[in-house]
Design a binder for this molecule. Structure first.
Ligand code: ASP
Length: 312
């Protein structure tokens, strides 16, 4: 049996111990653990990396703690606009959806798109029609409502600014609540998936990096699988996820060196805050960020699930 492994993130940003209660911390850790475990169980029983990242991201989308699926933030119009993507490193097939509303699990829709040879990226109303045709689950506004997110939205409306998830007025707190997973299966195939509710009070149909293949998500069996979280515009400009892979392919960097180059050098120099998770074909795992923290976890083969939130 070949090596297998999975890593997940639940967003990066200003996540400080001093702002956390023990209860809140425990609920994040439990959620991350369930997500890693759900993917790891699939890999252990011989399932594919695509199946593992799809399941893991679905579990995170169903958890209101994260800014994706059920926990998505409010747009300027008081709605939810979600983006997701998934990619297989085996054949470079990929599927993405942008600006969808009401779809319970945008990553499942992205997976449908991936399996459609005629499509890679669909958006908005058209994507919702496609989801209905595929028989996907829809939910009403109540399902996506949470008092906490609504208060964030009201605050953001006052300032007139779009905010990245938990940004707090008058402070520098920033947290990106996007979720993602990367996996290697026993056959040596890599996959990555990412899902987000975007930014609070967002306008103009803004789309970040998460549904853009190469920016927020990338997988290639020759190199690695990557899922990003952070200031989407910077990840778009630096084509961050693909850049990790390209540095490995063309400059023969290790996974660690490539991730460090992208997150701690290129993104930082450009002013982009955030991080990424990545796994390579040898089952090396990186969970790297240039912000204060990143909700993250991984497991390799039959080993225990390892979970982290802060920098130390
Ligand atoms: N990258 C996402 C975006 O720009 C935000 C996040 O990671 O939370 O839409």
């Amino acid at each position: 049996m070949g090596k297998f492994g999975i890593a997940v993130h639940g967003g990066a940003g200003t996540i400080l111990r001093s702002n956390m209660t023990p209860e809140k911390e425990q609920s994040y850790l439990n959620a991350l653990k369930d997500a890693v475990q759900s993917g790891s169980d699939i890999l252990k029983s011989g399932g594919t990396s695509v199946e593992a990242v799809l399941k893991t991201v679905t579990v995170l989308e169903d958890n209101p703690l994260f800014n994706a699926g059920k926990g998505s933030v409010f747009t300027n119009e008081g709605k939810h606009s979600m983006d997701a993507s998934i990619m297989s490193g085996k054949d470079l097939s990929a599927g993405s959806v942008a600006s969808v509303t009401g779809v319970r699990n945008p990553v499942i829709l992205a997976h449908e798109v991936m399996n459609d040879p005629e499509l890679v990226l669909i958006s908005g109303k058209g994507a919702e029609i496609y989801a209905k045709e595929k028989g996907l689950k829809f939910e009403d506004e109540n399902y996506f409502y949470s008092e906490f997110r609504y208060q964030q939205y009201l605050k953001a409306l006052e300032t007139g600014k779009a905010r990245l998830d938990h940004s707090v007025d008058g402070s520098t707190e920033k947290k990106f609540g996007t979720v993602g997973a990367v996996a290697l299966d026993v056959n040596g195939d890599l996959a990555a998936a990412t899902s987000t509710g975007g930014m609070t009070n967002v306008k103009f149909g803004r789309i970040g990096d998460s549904p853009v293949i190469g920016a927020g998500t990338y997988a290639n069996n020759k190199t690695c699988a990557v899922s990003c979280t952070g200031d989407g515009e910077y990840f778009l400009r630096t084509v961050a996820a693909y850049d990790v892979s390209a540095l490995m392919e063309y400059r023969s960097l290790t996974l660690k060196q490539a991730c460090d180059e992208v997150v701690n050098k290129k993104l930082l120099a450009a002013g982009g805050s955030g991080g990424l998770i990545a796994i390579d074909k040898d089952c090396n795992i990186e969970m790297i960020f240039n912000s204060e923290g990143m909700y993250r976890g991984y497991s390799e083969n039959d080993n225990d699930v390892i979970l982290r939130i802060y920098r130390d």
